[in-house]
Write a protein that binds this ligand. Structure first.
Ligand SMILES: Cc1cc2nc3c(=O)[nH]c(=O)nc-3n(C[C@H](O)[C@H](O)[C@H](O)COP(=O)(O)O)c2cc1C
Length: 420
């Protein structure tokens, strides 16, 4: 048995206490009552139940709906889906909320809702609130067709329509905090976040899947997923979308200042840490759970708490937004001299840094004695391509010291002098 970490992982989000910040996102892992119960038993702090709607809403799912993009021999750099909202309408979800709240009072139950008119948004919000949901998340970013706007357009792409719908939902939800789930597929996510905040949203979820075309079968020429000889655009999730989510979370944090639930590419505790450092108060997981199962929550809890304990952080709440001050515009970056520092004891002499620098950099690395890479300090500009490519991560970037520059200058001068 390992000792328990002393770090307090509990967080308060929109006034609601979570025992830790890791929750299930609205998706198949939260679309079945017994499955959500298993997730809570496994240790998840809460779940956003898959998006529901009023009775009679048509949910014409097409199968197969999943596909993936691999990276070399590693499976699932990103996952694609053409799923729609849940086939379970609000009458089913109401009962689930009641049962989950009764059996798991320590866990947070978030109802994800969608609508197609003022009446339907308000009805589903009202009933979710009455059933006892701790929070209500509103899907403004389902990429497989919006409810109400022109086909293919997401509600979260229109700030005016978004603000109007938030007003309706808030009326229906009463006192229950409302989270608006935004899409990263916009020019300015901060503009949309500001619009929904001004309209009364209590929080935003940033973000969702990214509209994508997953690939094409090389023999049949039919894009994937192949659904009876046809295909359509998928929503991309998982590791591949994390940098997009990070940017969006940081923009909303910096420019809007509203509680954020982070979603999109969190695969482990390290990703969750990054989401939180940029301002996420809770982190939602979907693809990681669909790939590796509910039990990953153990690693999330252990990893995050021991890491923070090692750093002397007493509460995870203290790290929220802590990296934002380091993000500036390109203009504001310092102009400095950096050089690669190659740990030759760890170098495997694969030549990749030499090739990358030769054909993608400044031709500053050559093969020296015993096939070890040698950096020409004068040609090198410090772009970091070599350290980015190195398969064993034995190249780190170091700030060039003034003495180094002087030394190189002297060497260049003396070389010139010794030339006949
Ligand atoms: C198969 C599938 C179904 C999903 N269904 C919903 C949904 O009903 N409502 C919703 O808001 N998001 C839905 N999502 C999006 C996820 O909640 C999540 O935002 C997205 O997958 C990005 O997070 P991830 O990288 O952790 O998977 C779905 C995702 C997948 C993969």
């Amino acid at each position: 048995m390992y000792p328990k970490s002393k770090t307090d992982l509990s967080v308060e989000f929109c006034g609601v206490k979570f025992k830790h910040p890791f929750i299930l996102a609205a998706a198949p892992p939260s679309d079945d009552l017994e499955m959500v119960k298993d997730a809570f038993r496994a240790g998840w702090a809460g779940a956003v139940l898959k998006t529901t709607s009023v009775e009679g809403t048509d949910v014409p799912i097409a199968y197969p709906m999943m596909s993936g993009i691999d990276f070399g021999s590693k499976r699932l750099m990103g996952m694609g889906n053409i799923d729609l909202i849940s086939e379970h309408h609000i009458d089913v979800i109401e009962k689930r909320v009641v049962e989950l709240k009764k059996e798991f009072p320590e866990n947070r139950v978030i109802t994800s809702i969608s609508g197609s008119s003022k009446e339907s948004w308000q009805e589903v919000a009202k009933r979710a609130a009455a059933a006892g949901a701790d929070l209500i998340e509103c899907s403004f970013s389902c990429p497989q067709g919006s409810m109400g706007l022109k086909p293919g357009m997401m509600l979260g792409q229109d700030p005016i329509a978004s603000a109007q719908v938030v007003g309706w939902i808030k009326e229906g939800a009463g006192k229950i905090p409302v989270i608006i789930k935004l899409t990263p597929q916009v020019n300015d996510i901060a503009e949309i976040a500001k619009a929904v905040k001004d309209a009364g949203a209590d929080a935003v979820c940033v973000g969702n899947t990214i509209p994508s075309l997953m690939g094409i079968d090389h023999d049949s020429f039919i894009p994937i997923p192949n659904v009876g000889g046809r295909s359509t655009y998928s929503g991309l999730s998982g590791a591949a979308v994390k940098p997009i989510s990070l940017r969006c979370i940081s923009l909303v944090s910096k420019e809007v200042g509203i509680p954020i639930a982070g979603s999109g590419g969190a695969m482990n505790w390290k990703d969750a840490l990054e989401f939180m450092l940029l301002g996420a108060g809770v982190v939602e997981f979907c693809t990681a759970v669909m790939h590796y199962g509910y039990d990953i929550v153990d690693d999330l809890i252990e990893g995050m708490s021991f890491h923070l304990e090692r750093l002397g952080v007493k509460s995870v709440q203290d790290i929220i937004g802590k990296s934002l001050e380091y993000i500036v515009s390109h203009d504001e970056l310092p102009r400095e001299d950096w050089r690669p520092d190659i740990d030759l004891d760890r170098c495997v002499k694969c030549d990749l840094c030499v090739i990358a620098c030769r054909d993608g950099g400044h031709r500053a690395i050559s093969i020296g004695e015993e096939r070890k890479p040698v950096v020409d300090d004068e040609k090198c500009v410090g772009c970091a391509l070599c350290s980015t490519m190195c398969p064993v991560k034995c190249i780190s970037m170091k700030k060039r010291q003034v003495e180094d520059k002087a030394k190189v200058k002297d060497e260049v001068e003396s070389k010139k002098e010794s030339q006949p």
